[in-house]
Design a protein around this ligand. Structure first.
Ligand SMILES: [Mg+2]
Length: 284
C-alpha cells in the first residue's frame, strides 16, 4: 500500500470518524466513544503499520490484527472500508439483520476479519496460539497486533495469556491497550483500578511503550520500536481520549455504549468537517 504523509493520515482519520458517526446513527445502537478514540490508531495500522493487501485478505504473508474489544468494531469496519476491503457505502448496514457488519465482528462474514470477538479478554490468548503456531512453522517475520480495551483488562484470562506470552518470549505479539480511562459503568479507576498499569505489564515480563494514542506519528514510531524488540512480548499503552473529535462526547463515559441521534450526528459531523478543513489548511 502506498505510504501516506502525516497530513493525509490525519485526513483519513477524520474520514474514519465521520464514517463511525454515520454508521452509528443509521444503526440506532452501538458504541461511540471507543471507536472515535481509536480512529488514529486504526488509521496508523491500516495505512502504515500493517503488512496487508485488501485485494488478498488471506495473503499468507500478512500481519494479523485482532480486535479483542470487539464492541469497538465500527472503527475496524471503517478502516477496512477506507482501505478497500468493502465499499464505504456498505458501512450504514451496521447491525442490520443479515448484514456482514454485525455489532461485534464475525470472522466468516467479512474478508479482513481475523477473529470473531465480543466476549472480552480472549484476544491475547488467541494471539498466543497464533504466535506459537507461527513459531512451529518457523515464521518469524509476521506480527500479531492485539487491540484491547483498558476496561477489558479486568478479565483474568488476559493475565493468564500475559504470563504465557512472557514464558515463551512471544516477541511477535504487539499488544495495544486503548487507555481511555473509561468503561461501560464509569471511570476505570473507580470500577477496578488498573494503575500502576505499566509496572503491572513489566512485572509480567513484557516490554512496555507508553504513548499518546491520538498522535498518529507516535503510534507509527511505537510500532516500529516494538518490532525491534526480540526478547519479550511488547505492549503499547496508548493514552486516548474517548469520543475524540466530537466535543460533547469526549471524556464522557456515558458515550461508551450509545449512538448519536440525528441531531447529535449532525452536530458531530459538522465538527469533524471543520476539523478536516483545519487539517487541510495547516497542510497548505
Ligand atoms: Mg476503556
Amino acid at each position: 500500500m502506498k505510504s501516506l504523509s502525516i497530513e493525509e493520515l490525519k485526513l483519513k482519520a477524520d474520514d474514519i470518524r465521520q464514517d463511525i458517526i454515520k454508521m452509528l446513527e443509521a444503526a440506532g445502537s452501538g458504541h461511540s466513544a471507543g471507536p472515535l478514540g481509536l480512529a488514529d490508531i486504526f488509521t496508523a495500522l491500516y495505512f502504515d503499520i500493517l503488512k496487508h493487501d485488501p485485494k488478498k485478505p488471506d495473503w499468507d504473508e500478512r500481519d494479523i490484527l485482532l480486535l479483542s474489544n470487539g464492541h469497538t468494531v465500527p472503527v475496524l469496519y471503517a478502516a477496512l472500508a477506507e482501505s478497500g476491503y468493502l465499499p464505504v457505502s456498505e458501512l450504514v448496514t451496521l447491525r442490520k439483520f443479515g448484514s456482514r457488519l454485525q455489532g461485534h465482528p464475525e470472522r466468516l462474514r467479512l474478508p479482513g476479519l481475523e477473529t470473531t470477538s465480543g466476549p472480552l479478554g480472549s484476544g491475547l490468548s488467541q494471539a498466543c496460539g497464533m504466535a506459537l503456531a507461527m513459531r512451529m512453522d518457523k515464521i518469524m517475520h509476521r506480527w500479531i497486533y492485539v487491540v484491547m480495551g483498558d476496561g477489558e483488562l479486568n478479565e483474568g484470562n488476559v493475565w493468564e495469556a500475559a504470563m504465557l506470552a512472557s514464558k515463551y518470549k512471544l516477541s511477535n505479539i504487539i499488544g495495544i491497550i486503548d487507555r481511555n480511562n473509561i468503561q461501560i459503568d464509569g471511570p476505570t479507576e473507580t470500577v477496578m483500578p488498573l494503575e500502576d498499569l505499566k509496572a503491572k505489564w513489566e512485572a509480567f515480563g513484557w516490554h512496555v511503550i507508553e504513548i499518546d494514542g491520538n498522535d498518529i506519528e507516535a503510534v507509527i514510531d511505537a510500532a516500529a520500536m516494538a518490532r525491534a524488540i526480540v526478547e519479550k512480548p511488547i505492549v503499547i499503552i496508548a493514552h486516548t481520549v474517548p469520543g475524540m473529535g466530537v466535543d460533547f462526547m469526549e471524556y464522557d463515559f456515558h458515550w461508551h455504549g450509545i449512538p448519536p441521534d440525528h441531531e447529535q450526528a449532525k452536530l458531530a459531523l459538522k465538527e469533524l468537517r471543520t476539523l478536516r478543513g483545519k487539517i487541510e489548511s495547516e497542510a497548505d
